[in-house]
Write a protein of this length. Sequence first.
Length: 238
Amino acid sequence: MTGNIVREDAEPLVFLGDSFVEAIYAPEDIRFVSQVERHLATEGLNFRCLNGGYSGATTLQLFNVFLNKVVPHVGRGGRVIFFLPQSDLPIYFRPSSYWYPTDRYAPLSPPVEPAAADLPRGSKALTSILGLAVWAAQEFEIDFILVSSPNRNASREDDPFVAKRVTADQHDALMKRRDDIRRAVLDFVASSGVTFLDAEAAFSDTHSAFYDDTHLNERGHGMFAAWLADQLRVLNSK
C-alpha cells in the first residue's frame, strides 16, 4: 500500500526488491514507491503502485515471487519494476550461492542442502536467474524494467559513517563484490536488451541521501522518487 487514494481502474505497477524498496523505516507516504505514484498521477498516468519489497530478499527469491505471485496478479500486459537486491552481496561468492541453505537465504523453507555439486555462483548464477526472469516476462507479455539499487557510494576517507562501520579490508571486499555484480549486470543488459534504469550510477555521488549503507533517508526518498518518476514517464511515452 502507498497511503494514496487512486482510481479503482488504476493499472497495477509492482515494485520488487529487498529492504531498499520495502523501506519500513520511512513513513508510508514518504516511501519512494508512494511518492512515485503521486508524481505519475500529476501527469495523468493512472497507476496503482504496489510495494513488493521484502527485507533480505535475493534475486532468486524475487524471481520466485515474480513468477508465482506477481504474474498471476498483473496478468498479460502488466508492469513490473525489478530492483537488483543488495541482499545478494553476502552470498554472491559463497558455496551454493543463491541456494545457500540458511533460513534467510534459501529459496525454499525449510532450507535444503543442495545435492548438486556444480551449482553456479557469482555472475554466472546471477545472470542465469535474471535471464529466467526476463524470459518469463516475455512469455507472459509483461513489461519488465530492471533497476540497479543505489547505495552509499563513498570512500572511508570521505565518509565518517563508512569509516566507523567497516574496516579498510571489509570495505575493499564489499566494493569488489559490488563491482563484480555491476559488471555482470551491465553485460547482461547489453546482451539481453532488457529495459534498464541505472539508479546506482545516477546516485553515485549522493551518499547524503542515505541514512546507512543501503537505505534512503526522507530527503533521499524524495530525490529518488522524482528521478524514478521521470524515467517512468519517458518509458511510458515510447
